[in-house]
Design a protein around this ligand. Structure first.
Ligand code: MRU
Length: 383
């Protein structure tokens, strides 16, 4: 079953609550803007592409709600019953969703895509009725446009993940053959960049899941990923389900497994790739890249082109989310593990220097250093 979907009625979004995994597989329905915003903030839905897909469906559901006879006539200061009013309300709702988490560019990318599709529909209606330059498309038609765009974002993500998986699998088989490696290919991964963070294959886990289907042997070392344990809770859960050999390690054991020769490559996802290739991903990623460089292990970032933000010149321009210190002090412990009130620094992401990245594997192919050129060429080619 899809872990993010529009409800049958189209006016709410149903998600698998990732904050409860792996202990409980529970689907929850989100209807109000506050519930949707809360689901992103509380990481009930998480992972850069997944929050984009979710935001698309959230706007589709909120659009459908505007079709009700007594439609919500205002939101966040915007109000109205015309097309313009509809779009203003949706835009204000989109701003609330965008602000829920700042780092992953996919979130604002998806919100902007749905809003653009709705506006295009609005202008189409006006063109169809040239005698009435202010002709309204009507709420139903605009809501349908929002739902179509949200579904398209989801479908495209599936195709992108599959293509990333194929490029990544070809690359790692080549690299490991060139290195004279035999036996299962050892991959270290951080956080969760699997199907739960995207759709279907995932990004960093894509080559592994595709390899498993094709009989290629992998052994994955999954960092637990403090403080929210996405690696321990989600990556191991997904890989176990898929029948892939997986060993869970604490984050501070990465150097040890690399030193023992157990790792042929590091695969991580990304929340935002700047124009120069600097990449924001889950906190701890940049440390792995430094270690990989030390041990001569290739370090790959895998992500869809929707994670590339050419408007961010370098990693210094990427906003980094800071989260509640309580996540470090006490979350997941029976009792707090630190003195009450101790100050904590809890950035959710860090930025890996482009020069440490062996390749950025996208659905369109693999970009190599210097990324200003290769990422630019990739985006130019797809225009
Ligand atoms: O805080 P999270 O769990 O949303 O962080 C997720 C990550 O850092 C992922 O690696 C990234 O979003 C890529 S998911 C394909």
């Amino acid at each position: 079953m899809e872990h993010i979907r529009l409800s049958e009625a189209g006016d709410s979004v149903v998600i698998l609550d990732q904050s409860l995994l792996p202990l409980e597989e529970k689907y929850i329905e989100l209807t109000t803007l506050e519930e949707m915003e809360g689901a992103i903030k509380k990481l009930q839905v998480r992972g850069a592409p997944a929050i984009g897909i979710f935001a698309g469906y959230a706007l589709a559901a909120l659009s459908k709600q505007q079709c009700r006879p007594k439609a919500i006539s205002s939101c966040c200061g915007a109000s109205g019953t015309s097309d313009e009013g509809f779009v203003q309300i949706l835009q204000a709702q989109g701003e609330v969703l965008k602000a829920a988490r700042p780092t992953a560019v996919n979130l604002s990318w998806a919100v902007d895509r749905v809003l653009h599709a709705v506006r295009v529909e609005m202008f189409r209606a006006r063109k169809e009725d040239p005698m009435r330059p202010n002709a309204n498309a009507g709420a139903r038609r605009l809501a349908e446009a929002a739902a179509r765009e949200a579904a398209a974002i989801h479908e495209e993500d599936k195709a992108m993940c599959k293509a990333i998986a194929e490029h990544g699998l070809t690359e790692i088989q080549k690299v490991s053959a060139e290195g004279g490696h035999s036996g299962p290919i050892g991959i270290l991964t951080h956080c969760n960049a699997g199907p739960l963070a995207t759709s279907e294959y995932g990004t960093a886990l894509g080559p592994i899941l595709l390899g498993e289907e094709q009989g290629v042997d992998f052994h994955v070392f999954a960092d637990e990923t403090r403080p929210l344990l996405q690696g321990a809770r989600l990556t191991t859960y997904e890989l176990q389900k898929a029948g892939v050999d997986v060993t869970l390690i604490c984050d501070n054991m990465a150097s040890s497994v690399m030193q023992k020769g157990l790792i042929q490559a590091v695969f991580v996802g990304c929340d935002r790739v700047a124009a120069n290739g600097d990449t924001a991903n889950k906190i701890g990623t940049s440390g792995l890249a430094v270690l990989a460089k030390h041990y001569g292990i290739p370090f790959y970032v895998l992500g869809p082109s929707s994670s590339i933000d050419l408007n961010c010149p370098t990693g210094a321009d990427i906003p980094i989310e800071e989260r509640d210190p309580e996540e470090i002090r006490s979350k997941f412990y029976e009792k707090p593990m630190a003195p009450e009130g101790v100050s904590c620094f809890n950035p959710s992401f860090d930025v890996t220097d482009a020069a440490l990245i062996t390749g950025i594997i996208t659905e369109k192919g693999i970009c190599r250093y210097p990324y200003t050129e290769s990422l630019g060429a990739l985006t130019e080619a797809s225009k």
